[in-house]
Design a protein around this ligand. Structure first.
Ligand code: 5CA
Length: 444
């Protein structure tokens, strides 16, 4: 892709309406465009990143055996009246009337709809567990949408739902998601910590938020630093192993402000291990037993002939929020350098030729390199404009492809000036550059 033909509307300066770095960068490099309060269009650069995040989220759901479905954004009010949440949900729910005067709504979450799907087909314990997920737009009429796509009204979410025969099996499902979330965030190069959390309008009494540390986060967190050392690498997808893993995290005090108790914090955590900071909630899991299955009559036949309501949990990841969260974690605001993790970078590499008006040599070389990279499944973007060199570098530093090739005075013969974005350059042959990038891509 040549930058002159791309739809990457870059702004010279930071937009004044953006208060945090992710919002600034996303507007500055044209990843998103606000359409109305808390509602955004996703432009090519932002969309590419979000789709790559979605792919990783999907792969990790599939890996633990969750089946993908797609539910609509618009739901009928009937099922919400059955569960009793139609009134409870309040003004965050966008309520609409259709031409027949029927009450419909734009789904803020899908516990009711998925329970309705489940109860219409699954009748026996023999079909359990059922684990279902979808990745779909949600709408919540947030009172104060802010920070761009971090707290907006329309957002893209992965939500999964589990149906089990009893508490023991349900905790097994819960723990599978717990582990899967840790893996998902790791693949996104984020260190997310699970924290005991409140359940809010979703309900239930067991819940964890997955939080990444960031000064601009909305969640205040109180944690024992030792939680960062918990190792999950030997955890297996088996009941005991998963149970032990969750216990390893839960032995450390780690909560958001809603659950914070000063006395308990000071009693359980020694002074040197206390960490009070802020974070961004990127995922949230809930166990709520029969909160929905009971009022909605979702029951199965048990082995002895009796029936019981299934035990349910739900599991969310903010796919669109993650784009902002990763910028908060990775963007070097001072030097204006973004370096996307290669697993989700909009481009793997940027090619920056110094273009001389009367000489196409540098651009020709860039095009040849581009074709060679393409053959190796490496996606590059060429800055084919005739802007000056430093503004080109500045622009590419913002776009954030993790690697750059510079074609200029330093280029001699086969040796190219290659660098990790934001770092010093080295001279390498194209075939070695390709090797480095492929190695990184395979690792991720
Ligand atoms: N039904 C449950 C689990 S699927 C649920 O809706 N949980 S949630 O309310 O915690 O949302 C799940 C995730 O969506 C959050 O962890 C957060 O990452 C993201 N999210 C929630 N509200 C917003 C919002 N207004 N803007 C952007 N992302 C949001």
């Amino acid at each position: 892709m040549n930058i002159s033909k791309s739809f990457i509307p870059i702004l010279k300066n930071n937009p004044s309406e953006a208060k945090i770095k992710s919002h600034q960068l996303m507007l500055r490099v044209g990843m998103i465009k606000q359409s109305s309060a808390g509602i955004y269009s996703w432009l090519p650069l932002g969309f590419k990143v979000m789709k790559k995040i979605e792919k990783i989220v999907r792969e990790e759901q599939n890996r633990i055996g969750v089946q993908e479905i797609l539910m609509p954004t618009i739901q009928s009010s009937e099922i919400w009246k059955e569960s009793g949440r139609y009134e409870d949900y309040g003004e965050e729910m966008l309520r609409i009337k259709d031409r027949q005067n029927r009450e419909i709504l734009y789904g803020p979450t899908n516990e009711e709809l998925v329970t309705d799907i489940f109860r219409s087909s699954i009748k026996s314990y023999k079909s359990l567990p059922q684990l279902l997920y979808h990745i779909q737009w949600k709408f919540r009429d947030e009172i104060r949408p802010r920070f761009g796509i971090m707290r907006c009204r329309e957002f893209y979410m992965k939500d999964a739902y589990s149906f089990d025969i009893n508490d023991e099996e349900a905790f097994f499902s819960y723990n599978k998601f717990f582990l899967s979330y840790l893996k998902t965030f790791k693949r996104l190069d984020l260190k997310a910590i699970p924290m005991a959390a409140d359940t809010g309008p979703i309900g239930g009494n067991l819940s964890h938020e997955f939080i990444i540390l960031a000064e601009t986060g909305e969640s205040k967190i109180f944690t024992d630093k030792r939680i960062f050392e918990v190792d999950t690498k030997d955890t297996k997808l088996e009941k005991k192993s998963l149970d032990d893993m969750r216990k390893k995290f839960e032995q450390y005090y780690s909560v958001t402000d809603e659950k914070f108790n000063k006395e308990e914090f000071e009693k359980k955590v020694s002074n040197e291990n206390r960490l009070t900071t802020k974070g961004i909630e990127v995922g949230h899991i809930f166990y709520f037993g029969d909160k929905y299955s009971k009022p909605m009559g979702a029951s199965v036949d048990l082995p002895g002939g009796k029936k019981d309501f299934v035990k349910m949990g739900s599991y969310g990841i903010g796919v669109s929020r993650l784009v902002g969260a990763i910028i908060e974690a990775k963007y070097d605001e001072k030097n204006e350098v973004m370096k996307w993790p290669i697993s989700i970078a909009p481009y793997d590499l940027s090619i920056i030729p110094m273009i001389n008006k009367n000489d196409n040599a540098a651009l020709d070389k860039a095009n040849n390199i581009y074709l060679e990279l393409e053959k190796n499944n490496i996606e590059a973007i060429i800055d084919d404009t005739d802007e000056n060199f430093s503004s080109k570098i500045k622009k590419m530093n913002l776009i954030g492809a993790p690697y750059q090739i510079i074609i200029g005075k330093q280029t001699d013969g086969d040796l190219l000036e290659f660098k990790e974005t934001g770092k010093d350059s080295q001279k390498l042959k194209l075939k070695d550059i390709i090797k480095i990038i492929i190695e990184q891509k395979v690792k991720n």
